[in-house]
Design a protein around this ligand. Sequence first.
Ligand code: KG4
Ligand code: ZN
Length: 339
Amino acid sequence: MNSNCFILAIESSCDDTAAAVINNGVILSNVVATQKIHEAYGGVVPELASRAHQQNIVPVVHQALRKANIDKKQLSAIAFTRGPGLMGSLLVGTSFSKSLAMGLGIPLIEVNHMQAHILAHFIKAEGQTAPNFPFLALTISGGHTQIVKVNNYFEMDVIGQTIDDAVGEAFDKSAKILGLPYPGGPLIDKHAQNGNPKAYPFTKPKVSPMDFSFSGLKTAVLYFVEKETKKDPDFVTKNINDICASLQYTIVSYLMDKLKNAVKTTGITTIAIGGGVSANSGIRKVLKEAEAKFGWKTHIPNFEYCTDNAAMIAMVGELKYKNGMFAKNDVVASARMKF
Ligand code: KG4
Ligand code: ZN
């Protein structure tokens, strides 16, 4: 690949419209337009997300090119998120990318969003070191919770996953019960930092060793809050820090239990996390501690590459470009795209 290869990447799988430009593993621009409209509804409204992508995509792409200081005529290829995600959202990024690539007469590269969360570790950036193969990836987001055995860039096996809600949903739905606005994950994290993690014990759901279940936890929080507010209507307001700390402690130690099981099963001790929930301070802390405690080598992406972004799509785009892995012109968005 010549060093003047510039790839534009577009991400529109959920409620963030994002574009980025990459050159030799270095991100030249990384623009994200987060859709505020969903806050009022306490969760992502698919039709509104799709409409907001339509409005955002041209200015976001324009800004990404401007920040990277390149002209669209210099682009070597367009990478886009094909799936998984919300169909109406994916369609906007997919059709825009296809038209732009066709118009410019350059190749199109399809990217799996979950693979991108994992391969974000290979972006060349200060504070990031690429994991050595094979490694275990814990992908934790609002839509997914998986443990993936990563053999190389393109060979990945899902060895554990949630049987119901994703961990991000557990954070967001619990936050909603506590009266916190959407998305509640970061707010639970914020309150947790000033609370006692052992104040209220929540039971960890039981499923097979490397799988996850989170729907019971949300119900447990609901019953707990209902019971306590009957005794004291101000219970949640008075104890928000301790409730959040206890909830976060339960979720983080549950994730760690599953990772330990995966390490035991595979013998792999290099761990990389990805997805929005990897921004959580609790999981970041215990993973760092695991290096000294269990001899693991852990990789945590820079904050800007944790939540949904197009830089990670650009990284996969570049790896696929190097390997001549291009999409056909009739490629379509895939809401349930597998690895
Ligand atoms: O990867 P992402 O940006 O979008 C999806 O593909 O889902 O992940 C968003 C999820 C949301 O559920 C959000 O609450 C959660 O990541 N999240 C957090 C934190 N930051 C984002 N959860 C817990 N603690 C955080 N600091
Ligand atoms: Zn994501």
